[in-house]
Design a protein around this ligand. Structure first.
Ligand code: PLP
Length: 415
């Protein structure tokens, strides 16, 4: 028995169940991934205990010589990985990275262009229920009704009309390449700065499977837990002239002590992403997404924007006459984990939704290739065709468990 099993069996049991769930499931949540054992080990250690307010070499506490090493490694590695001039690796999450970025360059009430939530943007890009929509005057842009891709002409027109101080590019459920040079040209034409939130695609960018926001964006934010396959956390990259403002916005303005154990894990994650293997991973994520999209399309499933260039796709369930919520539940019952999602111009409320978001980062980390992914697509199609048929779903669930158990779980099965 482990110490945790002895001290707190209830928590230990829930963790054991979660390990089992992650092994048995096919995880298609586009924002999830399996971090490596090295990343997990770097987090589960005594740097958890250390207060280190400030930045490497400039701390408000003694005893920071070792945490300074890991934070400096994280900063140097992530700058190399993305070709950034400045990096702050202390933001506790993606939402906090965005908050600090806004604090660094905006005053309350400033006008910002951001992608509308139900078109693929994120809560922190100006949603009414989020601090961003409350503190700033966000003007939403969206996708074209026909192509379902970003309407850059609309972005340009809104920029001219509203004269924003900042334009935010980046999405949570958009399956096509983002045109960063176009965003920058629009920003420049109205004297705005460009911020790219690459949370979803940072791993693809690191691996060369999606164009980089550099040198186009002045500020780039990201989570570290999605395609980048690191610990849960945030980071902010920026041009050198914004360095002091960004660092001040994170500490002391927004946060207190940084999570030094998480920063150690970020350093490991960035180190892994610098290896040639990671580029192979990122390209395989995209190849798998294309295999999934192709197999689904050939089965008659409609994909928003006609398919995918990245790690995710949005299924429009309207022609199948099922809702996102029904699809999510049916898939969960067969151990395929995905999430319902609004589609552009959705007729249903977000809690029901007409779409299903599917992503390949997690299954690719478990070692699945295109053939395996096509099998996953067929299991999805069969599940959606058998909603309500308990016997059929139960048989599919067994097949899914079987498939899942063929692939090792990073973080658990690694030596
Ligand atoms: N930005 C984008 C584009 C996201 O998709 C997400 C994650 O959902 C975030 C920011 C927020 O990240 P976190 O959940 O770590 O706060």
């Amino acid at each position: 028995t482990t110490v945790l099993e002895r001290i707190d069996p209830a928590v230990a049991q829930a963790i054991a169940n979660e390990n089992r769930r992650q092994r048995d499931s096919i995880v298609l949540i586009a924002s999830e991934n399996y971090a490596s054992k090295a990343v997990l080990e770097a987090q589960a250690q005594l740097m958890n205990n250390k207060y280190a307010e400030g930045y490497p070499g400039r701390r408000y506490y003694g005893g920071c010589e070792n945490v300074d090493v890991v934070e400096t490694l994280a900063i140097d590695r992530v700058k190399e990985l993305f070709g950034a001039q400045h990096a702050n690796v202390q933001a506790h999450s993606g939402a906090q990275a965005n908050m600090a970025a806004y604090f660094a360059v905006l005053e309350t009430g400033d006008t910002v262009l951001g992608m509308q939530l139900d078109m693929g943007g994120h809560l922190t890009h100006g949603a009414g229920v989020n601090f961003s929509g409350n503190l700033y005057n966000f003007v939403p842009y969206g996708v074209d009704r026909d192509t379902e891709t970003i309407d850059y002409d609309q972005v340009e027109q809104l920029a001219r009309e509203h004269n924003p101080k900042l334009i935010v590019a980046g999405c949570s459920s958009y399956s096509r390449i983002l045109d960063f040079p176009r965003f920058r040209a629009i920003a420049d034409s109205v004297g705005a700065q460009l911020m790219v939130d690459m949370a979803h695609i940072s791993g693809l960018i690191a691996g060369g499977a999606h164009p980089s926001p550099f040198p186009h964006a002045q500020i780039v934010t990201s989570t570290t837990q999605k395609t980048l396959r690191g610990p849960r956390g945030g980071m902010i990259l920026a041009d050198a002239d914004l360095a002091r403002k960004i660092d001040f916005a994170v500490f002391p303005y927004m946060q207190g002590g940084p999570f030094m154990h998480v920063i150690a894990a970020k350093a490991v994650c960035f180190g892994e992403a610098l290896q040639p293997d990671f580029s192979r991973y990122a390209h395989q994520v995209v190849a798998n997404a294309q295999a999934l999209a192709q197999e689904l399309s050939e089965s008659g499933v409609r994909l928003v924007a006609g398919g995918t260039d990245n790690h995710l796709m949005l299924v429009d369930l309207t022609p199948l006459d099922i809702t996102g919520r029904q699809a999510e539940r049916a898939l969960e019952s067969v151990n395929i984990v995905a999430n319902k999602n609004a589609i552009p111009y959705d007729q249903l409320p977000p809690r029901t939704a007409s779409g299903l978001r599917l992503g390949t980062p997690a299954i690719t980390s478990r070692g699945m290739g295109e053939d395996d992914t096509r099998q996953v697509a067929r299991l999805i199609v069969r599940t959606l065709a058998n909603i309500g048929d308990e016997a059929a779903l139960s048989a599919i669930g067994e097949e899914v468990r079987h498939l899942g158990n063929r692939f090792p779980v990073p973080g658990l099965d690694e030596e």
